[in-house]
Structure formats: C-alpha cells, structure tokens
Design a protein around this ligand. Structure first.
Ligand SMILES: C[S@@+](CC[C@H](N)C(=O)[O-])C[C@H]1O[C@@H](n2cnc3c(N)ncnc32)[C@H](O)[C@@H]1O
Length: 220
C-alpha cells in the first residue's frame, strides 16, 4: 500500500503535475517515456500511479537499480532499460508523452539537440514533451570552466561533468517545428553550506505538430 508520504519526494516536482494536467487536457495517449529515469525517487512512479504505461531509460546501471528497487518496494509496474537518450531503442511515434527532467542538462549542447530529436521521433504527432533546460542567466562559479559558450565543465563525484546552459532563443531553435503549450521560467535559490546558490530553469512543454510534414524519422 502506498501512502502519500511515500510519494512525497516525487510529488515535490511540480513539473510532473503540470504535465499530467496538460496531458489530460490534450487527451494524449497514456504511454510515457522518461529519459534519464533512474534514481531513488523516479518520476515514473507518479506517472504509473496516474494510470500511465510507464517506460524509462537511463545510461547508468546504478541509477536503474535504484529506480527498480523503488518500483519493487511499492509494487509499481515500470519498464526500465539501459539506453542512451541520444539513440533511443524505440520505434517512431511509440509514445503519447515524453518526459525528461534534469537529465539532458548533463549533455553537451550538440548532444542535447540529438537527444531532443530522438525524443520527438518516438513521440506521436500531437503528443507532449516535457523537458527542462538550464537557463543561461546566472551561472554559479562552482560549475567551472566555460569551454564553449554555455557549456560549463567541473568535477562531480570524481568525474568531469558538463552542465549546458541555453538562452530562450536557442531552446526555440532546438524545438523548431513543435508547438509550445506551456512554459515555466523559474528562478530559485538554495543555501548549501551557508553558500547561496541561485538557479534559473526553463521548464517547457511542447506538442509535436499533428500536421507535421517532412520530419526525418529513423527507426520503425
Ligand atoms: C540528476 S539525475 C535525474 C534523475 C530523474 N530524472 C529525476 O528527476 O530524479 C540524471 C539522470 O540522467 C541519467 N543520464 C545522463 N545522461 C544520460 C544519457 N545520455 N542517456 C540516458 N540517461 C542519462 C543519469 O544516469 C541520471 O540517472
């Protein structure tokens, strides 16, 4: 039996609720893919709880194990597999919804474009994509060296890691040809070890056009 408290941390992400509400309104198929779906608090738990057929991919075995343990603990039906969001192992137009939160932010900007193209490929026409971008407004010095504009490299957990930041214009370019349905522009501050960290996110929902022409589809 799942109590509300057990879902407390997943519920912490307002983006999922906003997405669920929009998906209900737009009447999209309740079949979702989460890209970067691993971890101890998998967003797919909430989709599954709301009656979605829930698929997730992640590149990390450890993150997948954590999500599988969570699903087992709460008896949730979640289909998880190891894959890279830049090359998704699904047929064209397989999903009604694609969701990805705080995962593509760790790709280079060129790879982010590749991943978004893949997310759109597996999304049905008229389907909904929800994805967040780091907004290129205020980058904390701890994020390291800016090697190309918007790409900051630092060490995290002993590994060299990139955080990619985008302007609104760049995001629009990446998602050209889709229809914007909802956008949150978020500024939040966190205090960690008495240091104040200011963050800006763009959390965006896009709809793949019903009448899209000439999209290059690769698989299926
Ligand atoms: C910060 S965690 C966020 C996890 C989850 N989306 C959430 O909101 O709790 C980022 C996840 O993205 C995964 N990831 C990073 N690059 C990836 C890639 N190229 N393909 C698939 N997953 C990736 C990581 O392994 C990690 O589990």
């Amino acid at each position: 039996m799942v109590s509300e408290n057990d879902f407390g941390l997943a519920i912490f992400r307002p983006s999922i609720y906003k997405f669920l509400r929009m998906a209900r309104w737009k009447d999209v198929e309740k079949k979702v893919l989460d890209c970067g779906a691993g971890g101890n608090n998998p967003p797919l738990a909430l989709f599954s709880k709301h009656g979605y057929e829930a698929y997730g991919i992640d590149i990390s075995d450890n993150a997948l194990d954590e999500a599988r343990n969570y699903a087992k603990r709460y008896d949730l039906e979640i289909k998880l597999s190891k894959a890279d969001m830049r090359d998704l192992p699904f047929d064209d137009e397989f999903f009604g919804c694609v969701y990805s939160y705080n995962a593509s932010i760790h790709l280079t900007k060129a790879d982010t474009k590749k991943a978004v193209d893949e997310m759109l490929r597996v999304l049905k026409k008229g389907g909904l994509l929800c994805i967040n971008f780091l907004w290129y407004k205020n980058v904390h010095p701890s994020l390291g060296e800016e090697r190309v504009p918007g790409e900051f490299w630092n060490m995290e957990g002993g590994e060299e890691t990139v955080h990619s930041f985008f302007t609104e214009e760049e995001v629009e370019e990446i998602l050209k040809g889709t229809e914007l349905v909802y956008r949150d522009k978020i500024q939040f501050e966190m205090c960690i070890d008495e240091k104040r960290l200011e963050n800006h996110h763009l959390i965006i929902q896009y709809r793949r056009n019903e009448n899209e022409q000439g999209k290059t589809l690769r698989k299926g």
